[in-house]
Design a protein around this ligand. Structure first.
Ligand code: 5AD
Ligand code: SF4
Length: 480
């Protein structure tokens, strides 16, 4: 049966303050089989669900869990919003524009609900953990039927059952430190690539970031469960796993029998899965053992996503990042030396409170030194409840936009330069399926998107492709 435990603290309405608390109390591990009473298994009969997912891979993977739970309840998936009886938005809170996108989509859902009042609408994910969002939904979006949080996914069948039997909004958001629940079912979007959570939550508390509040305390899954999941994926023909966590390098540090990311990576490599990726890394916990293991195993991909955030030591300090520009550069040089063919990508925030032109120039300098394959770049977005949202910020938005533009120009220059090196080369590509342009698409070991001229029998296989043309953001190739 579904574990009904609520951990150290449970309440129905979110509280970011509560969610930001950390204690030394041990993390509950729930390993019972996930099963439902017969009555819940039939609740969705004849009903279709539509799910829209915003945000990071963690959310994408949560949606894979949610889909499996809904299908255990006999709901059927539809990709057409207008055909759905149950509409679910899995939301992201990382920046203000993620909020805006969600509220924009909610407008479309409202129209449908007005003409089809039987539709059940639900909001989950990181925004559901924010009290200001839930307050707005309670006051101005009373027609939204269900709100549930990131710690409540396993309880979804009970939440839906309650929502169906009453007229009021059903809200269940726990703001707790968290627990580790094994055996939540999963309906994977791909037959070839799989997301595997290795840890949940984050304790780094970078001053701009909402994640430690929306996702709770850092808690690693036990190694044996992760390995069991990967072995099962190998048995089912999966070609690639991405080990997921907000801060994967800190894997295992919170476990009683401590384990390290280096050890875990090595054991995952020994399962024989053809490709292993991991994300996201924090420079702070990236140790030599990890670098050594990545270099030693051919099935660990030579691709590292290493968020820089800023190249100014002053700003890094204000961000609470715990490393200096020099330490970051030293790590990058070690990675490049030990891992031939390494592709390096990053995240950068411009316009953090107090960032001066000189600070920004230092960021550009680090970008030049690292020659990233690509970078995700953002303008600082104040998140309610985080320390950075309370810092004085006098830089005009126009200036921040100019900095972002300049940064993107530089990033694109290097992205293009890196891609040019592929022209005429033969590389291994995992073919995932048809591309938008009508042929096939897949990714190289270094995570470059390739539009491939090949046959549909190549789908799901790792094939040799010759690169015939190069763009800034993708490559063209043909199977050889
Ligand atoms: N404003 C802008 N960017 C942010 N990120 C996280 N929080 C914020 C914020 N408040 C960025 C960081 C992180 C990525 C996932 O999102 O660069 O690495
Ligand atoms: Fe946010 Fe990543 Fe920092 Fe954690 S390590 S607080 S998820 S930016």
């Amino acid at each position: 049966m579904i574990p009904l435990s609520s951990g150290s603290d449970s309440m129905n309405l979110p509280s970011l303050k509560e969610a930001g608390k950390r204690t030394k109390s041990s993390i509950p591990f729930i390993t019972e089989e996930y099963n439902l009473p017969e009555s819940l298994k039939k609740l969705g009969t004849g009903r279709k669900y539509f799910i829209r997912t915003y945000g990071c891979q963690m959310n994408v993977h949560d949606s894979e869990n949610i889909k499996a739970i809904l299908e255990m309840m006999s709901f059927e998936e539809t990709e057409t919003l207008e055909n759905a009886d149950f509409i679910l938005l899995n939301t992201c809170a990382i920046r203000e524009n993620a909020h805006n996108k969600m509220f924009g989509f909610l407008g479309r859902v409202k129209h449908l609900k007005e003409t089809h009042p039987h539709i059940i609408t639900a909001i989950c994910g990181c925004m559901a953990q924010e009290e200001s969002v839930v307050e707005a939904l309670m006051k101005k979006y009373k027609w939204v039927d269900v709100i549930f949080g990131t710690h409540n996914i396993h309880r979804l069948p009970y939440i839906i059952e309650r929502a169906m039997s009453r007229q009021e909004q059903e809200i269940e958001v726990f703001s707790k430190e968290g627990e580790v629940i094994e055996n939540i079912p999963v309906k994977r979007d791909s037959k070839y690539k799989a997301w595997v959570n290795i840890m949940f939550g984050c304790d780094k508390f970078c001053t701009y970031c909402i994640v430690p509040y929306t996702r709770g305390k850092q808690r690693s899954r036990k190694k044996e469960f992760i390995l069991e999941e990967v072995r099962d994926l190998v048995k089912h023909g999966y070609q690639e796993v991405t080990l997921l966590g907000q801060n994967v390098n800190a894997y295992g540090k919170d476990l009683e029998e401590t384990s390290s990311m280096g050890e875990l990576l090595e054991e995952v490599a020994q399962t024989g899965i053809p490709r292993i990726r991991f994300m996201t890394s924090h420079p702070w916990d990236f140790d030599d053992k990890m670098i050594d293991v990545i270099a030693r195993y051919d099935n660990i991909m030579p691709y590292v996503h290493l968020p820089l955030q800023s190249g100014s030591n002053r700003i890094l300090k204000l961000m609470g990042r715990r490393y200096t520009k020099e330490q970051y550069l030293e790590l990058v040089s070690k990675l490049k030396k030990k891992i031939p063919n390494l592709a390096l990508t990053t995240d950068i925030i411009v316009g953090f409170p107090g960032e001066t032109e000189e600070d920004f120039e230092e960021t550009l300098e680090v970008v030049r030194a690292c020659e990233y394959d690509s970078a995700f770049t953002f303008i600082f977005s104040p998140r309610e409840g985080t320390p950075a949202a309370r810092m004085e910020d006098t830089t005009p938005m126009e200036e921040k936009n100019t900095r972002l533009y300049k940064l993107n120009e530089l990033v694109n220059e290097y992205a293009n330069k890196k891609n040019q090196q592929y022209l005429g080369k033969t590389v291994k590509v995992l073919i995932e399926g048809p591309s938008e342009k009508g042929n096939l698409m897949g990714y190289t070991e270094t995570m470059k998107l390739v539009n491939v001229d090949g046959s549909s029998s190549d789908i799901g296989k790792i094939v040799d492709c010759e690169i015939t043309d190069v763009k800034t953001w993708s490559l063209d190739g043909k199977v050889v």
